[in-house]
Structure formats: structure tokens, C-alpha cells
Design a protein around this ligand. Structure first.
Ligand code: ADP
Ligand code: MG
Length: 248
């Protein structure tokens, strides 16, 4: 479904954010990109929806080289619409209500109003929100947890096969975070999206992901199931990042 092939990203200031990263993500699986701040997680995510272009290497999404879409603006738009994106801190548009935020992509796709509001209603209830109560509120009038729920609803509004999530639960208190993580896990067990989840939280990665890709300073240190990584971390970096060093 998603294939990074020896991707290197050098930012214009010369900073090498990713070095020869190769990663294959199967359809319908959840992969966590795990690593400390600055290791290249967000850059990897943005390569997939083409917000960042690789310096070398290739990014394939659903059988297509995403660079090919560059020549056609409509192809970039189509790519982005097939990918839901939950940005850090939810990233809601502050001047739009919760419902308007959720309906952004359906509106771009020219869904008639009745279909849009039916979908909003369905998503609000899926995510434990009340459309009549929370729909008319602006992001500033919602709690952090509610904002993240709206951000999730917005990302899956048009039912994209792929969902990219950048630290989606990062800004929440521990209780709300755990509740939302478990809800997301239950929801996605049903929806079966291909999910790429960025996190620096080991527990979150192990709880939610089928496979975990550990990044260290722009290099892919290890990829495997949570069990594989827990059982056999390939390096001291991975072991210490997982907090397992004491157990070895
Ligand atoms: P993470 O999401 O893992 O915290 P990022 O992918 O955001 O890391 O960034 C990886 C590295 O690339 C960091 O050192 C960051 O400072 C650098 N970086 C990110 N964006 C840019 C940019 N636009 N220009 C230069 N350096 C950048
Ligand atoms: Mg980041």
C-alpha cells in the first residue's frame, strides 16, 4: 500500500532528516513511526502525502510513484484526498466550527448538504461527540480531547483508505489519551484503514501498531511487530529507547 524505497531527505539548509529509509506498509495495517523528537517522523509522514518531496529515493502509494503526481496538480489533490491527515495538536481551522471542520473534504468533493450532515452525524457519534452540542462550537470552545476527536473525524470524513496521524494523542492528559487510544483501536478494528501513526510514546506504539518502525536520527533502526522488537532489540539505542535495557 505504501512503499518508501531508499528515501533520503535533505532540507534546503543541508540538514539530513532521513537517510536511505526503506519501509513497506501493508494495506489495512497500522504502523507506528517511533522515535525521539527530531528523528524524522513528521518528515516521513509528509513524504507520504507529498507535503515534502524526497531528495532521493521513491515513495509509492497504492501502486503509484507519488512524484509522478507532481506534473498534474489534480493528481496531487487526488492523492491527498485518498489520505486522511491528523496533524499535531489536531490542527483544526479555528475560524470554522467543529462540524464545518469535519465537512471540509466532503465539501471539496461536492457532496450534497444532506449527505455531508448525515456523515458528520455518523462520525460525531462514532467518536463519542454530540453533533447538536459540539458541532456548532469553534475549536477554542472544545476540550483538548474533543478537538482530537474532531481532528480524527475530519481525517476519515471522506473514508480515505489511508490515514496519517502525527502525535494525535500527544497533547492530552494521560487518562483522556488512554481512552482515545483504545477507542481509536476499536474503531479501526472495524474500519481497517492503513494507518501510519507518528509517536514518541513507546507504550502508544506498542498498544496501537501491528508493526513498529523505530527511527534514530533519520535512520530506520528497526522494524518489526511489538513482540519482535521487545524480544530482540537490534541495538542499544532501540533497547534503551524502549526502556528495556534493565531487562536484558
Ligand atoms: P520529528 O517529527 O521526529 O520530531 P521532523 O521530521 O519534524 O522530526 O524533523 C527531523 C529533523 O529535520 C529535525 O532535526 C528538524 O529540525 C529538521 N527539519 C524539519 N523540517 C525542516 C525544514 N523545513 N528545514 C530544515 N530542517 C527541518
Ligand atoms: Mg514531529
Amino acid at each position: 500500500m505504501i512503499d518508501l524505497r531508499a528515501v533520503t531527505k535533505v532540507y534546503p539548509d543541508g540538514h539530513v532528516a532521513l537517510r536511505e529509509v526503506s519501509l513497506h506498509i501493508e494495506r489495512g495495517t497500522t504502523v507506528a513511526l517511533l522515535g525521539p523528537s527530531g528523528c524524522g517522523k513528521t518528515t516521513t509522514l509528509k513524504l507520504i502525502n507529498r507535503l515534502v518531496s524526497p531528495t532521493s529515493g521513491e515513495v509509492w502509494v497504492d501502486g503509484r510513484d507519488v512524484r509522478r503526481s507532481d506534473a498534474h496538480r489534480s493528481a496531487v489533490v487526488a492523492l491527498r484526498r485518498s489520505i486522511g491527515y491528523v496533524v499535531q495538536e489536531a490542527g483544526l481551522f479555528p475560524h470554522l466550527t467543529a462540524q464545518q471542520n469535519v465537512e471540509i473534504v466532503p465539501r471539496l468533493l461536492d457532496w450534497p448538504e444532506a449527505r455531508r450532515s448525515d456523515r458528520a452525524k455518523e462520525l460525531f457519534s462514532l467518536l463519542g461527540l454530540d453533533l447538536a452540542l459540539h458541532g456548532p462550537r469553534y475549536p477554542a470552545e472544545l476540550s483538548g480531547g474533543q478537538r482530537q476527536r474532531v481532528g480524527l473525524a475530519r481525517a476519515i470524513a471522506a473514508d480515505p483508505p489511508i490515514v496519517l496521524m502525527d502525535e494525535p494523542f500527544g497533547a492530552l492528559d494521560p487518562l483522556t489519551r488512554r481512552r482515545l487510544q483504545l477507542e481509536f483501536k476499536a474503531i479501526n478494528a472495524r474500519l481497517r484503514k492503513t494507518v501510519v501513526l507518528v509517536t514518541h510514546d513507546v507504550e502508544e506504539a506498542f498498544l496501537l501498531a501491528d508493526r513498529v518502525a523505530v527511527l534514530a536520527d533519520g535512520v530506520l533502526a528497526q522494524v518489526g511487530t511489538p513482540e519482535e522488537i521487545r524480544r530482540a532489540p537490534v541495538s542499544e539505542f532501540v533497547a534503551s529507547f524502549l526502556g528495556l535495557l534493565g531487562d536484558l
